[in-house]
Design a protein around this ligand. Structure first.
Ligand SMILES: [Ca+2]
Ligand SMILES: [Ca+2]
Ligand SMILES: [Ca+2]
Length: 178
């Protein structure tokens, strides 16, 4: 295990929550909630390196490879496609986001608040942006295009992986914020 770094705790928690959700199985106990409460609240899939690592660093080595990223993104898409028609409706898209957000609030011992409502609203707005064709169907192709842009946007030093060696950009804006 790596040395404990408080900056990682929320990210690790999010990763643990997500992996548990994805695998549907038991996983190691996450970082104690007491630790997480000391961290600033951050919406699920929020911007920033911590959120990125928390969401996609599956093996928690502090480095997100493209393979890890693509695998989790694909898992997330498949899990979100609850009616199995291969595309995400707005309802499916937002429900997937809300599931992660709920989990995060639960793990932090928080009740849904104004920020929660706002985050859900933003998810609806985001669907309108990611669903470029405006046909109400978010496709894998659309997701892959965003994934590519998001990963490259996060990999600010361009070495093909996302980690703490990637200098933050002045204005954090990458893809759909997932
Ligand atoms: Ca990793
Ligand atoms: Ca669907
Ligand atoms: Ca990099």
């Amino acid at each position: 295990m790596k040395t404990f770094n408080p900056a990682y705790s929320l990210a690790a928690l999010a990763a643990a929550a997500m992996l548990t959700a994805c695998a549907g199985g038991a996983s190691q106990p996450a970082t104690p909630v007491a630790e997480a409460k000391n961290q600033p609240a951050r919406p699920a899939g929020g911007h920033g390196l911590d959120a990125f690592l928390g969401s996609y660093d599956a093996n928690r080595d502090g480095v997100v490879t493209r393979a890890e990223y693509d695998t989790i993104r694909e898992q997330r898409f498949r899990a979100a496609d609850t009616n199995g028609d291969g595309v995400l409706s707005e309802a499916e898209y937002v429900a997937e986001f809300e599931g992660r957000l709920k989990r995060q609030y639960f793990d932090q011992g928080r009740e849904p608040d104004k920020a929660y409502e706002q985050a859900i609203k933003q998810a609806h707005v985001r669907f309108g942006i990611v669903n470029r064709a405006r046909d109400g169907k978010f496709t894998r192709e659309e997701d892959k295009a965003i994934a590519d842009r998001t990963f490259k946007g996060a990999d600010t030093n361009g070495d093909g992986v996302v980690d703490r060696n990637d200098p933050p950009r002045q204005r954090e804006q990458s893809g759909d914020g997932n």
